[in-house]
Design a protein around this ligand. Structure first.
Ligand SMILES: [Zn+2]
Length: 313
């Protein structure tokens, strides 16, 4: 693989920042110095965030592409209807829809196993040849859905993974929960043997939740697939951007933003009713106002992008 001199320099500096950020040892002054150094050695390059609804993001910079939970088929489940999701909904993945939007990918980051995150990953992995990161359960569910085995990379939280042109740090995380009993849908894990092929949305168990920090184009992005997070793993973490989801327990996003070092930009994710079409404007399921209030109270810029639109940072 050919790596430009610029690419090598960028990778090295990004690695240094990533490693320090992961263990939270930098003071604010150190950070400023390091950013200054970084600025002279490494150009900040534009990073393009394209939103395919839910937590499906295409993040691109310098000719490399990272996808988060790329789910574009958006089969109807009733999740945000008064009745809730129909457990018997069959899982389908539609290449005709995916092929309209997905072109290339270097890595696919699986955050948890639910039906609105996982089902299109096998097809997209096969088409793009991207490396797929996920925990044991996520990968077993993907194997059961016939994902290409040699592209799967098992992670658990704590990994620091340098790719060409970007790095990925993996963190333990938690799914959001709610209601009087603090529950979430389809809990469970599938360790060990590969389970039977999932057929309905109830077969896609949550399987544990991961968070990722992607460092790309000199920008550090924390990607969270639900409002839940692990306060121990993320304590004093330094990032530039957080992809944050509404919902969850009252005050959870306030606690997230108090756990991290002050963040410049919060980008809303997973805020659309995914029974509504991807090629029409996103319909807020009702969580966006609270998410915005939390971001602004923490002194961050709050950004939303509509379906299929691109935000450049
Ligand atoms: Zn979920």
């Amino acid at each position: 693989m050919t790596v430009t001199r610029r690419g090598v320099l960028r990778g090295t500096a990004a690695a240094a920042v990533g490693a320090a950020g992961a263990v939270g040892i930098r003071s604010a002054a150190d950070a400023a110095t390091q950013r200054g150094t970084e600025g002279s050695a490494v150009q900040r390059e534009p990073v393009e965030f394209t939103w395919w609804g839910n937590h499906a993001w295409q993040i691109r910079s310098g000719g490399v592409t990272v996808l988060t939970d790329p789910w574009l088929t958006r089969f109807k489940t009733g999740t945000y209807s008064p009745e809730g999701a129909d457990d018997t909904t069959r899982i389908v993945s539609k290449p005709a829809i995916i092929d309209k939007y997905v072109t290339t990918a270097d890595a696919i980051l699986v955050h948890h196993g639910h039906y609105d995150h996982l089902p299109d990953v096998p097809y997209i992995a096969r088409r793009t040849k991207a490396t797929v990161l996920g925990n044991e359960t996520h990968l077993n569910l993907l194997r059961a859905l016939r994902a290409p085995e040699d592209q799967l990379s098992q992670v658990v939280g704590g990994e620091y993974l340098p790719f060409t042109g970007f790095t990925v740090e993996v963190f333990r995380s938690l799914h959001s929960c709610g209601g009087a009993r603090h529950q979430f849908a389809y809990p469970g894990t599938r360790p060990g043997a590969v389970p039977p092929k999932p057929r309905t949305i109830a077969d896609l168990v949550e399987g544990g939740t991961l968070a990722y920090v992607i460092t790309i184009g000199g920008l550090r992005i924390l990607s969270l697939s639900t409002a839940g997070f692990d306060p121990i793993s993320l304590k004093d973490l330094e990032v530039d951007v957080v992809l944050a989801a509404p919902g969850g327990e009252p005050g959870v996003t306030d606690r997230l933003l108090a756990t991290l070092k002050p963040v410049r930009t919060v980008v809303a994710t997973h805020w659309d009713d995914f029974d509504q079409p991807l090629d029409e404007p996103a319909v807020d399921w009702g969580g966006l106002a609270k998410l915005r209030a939390s971001a602004l109270a923490a002194g961050a810029d709050f950004k939303t992008v509509d379906h299929l639109q691109t935000l450049t940072l």
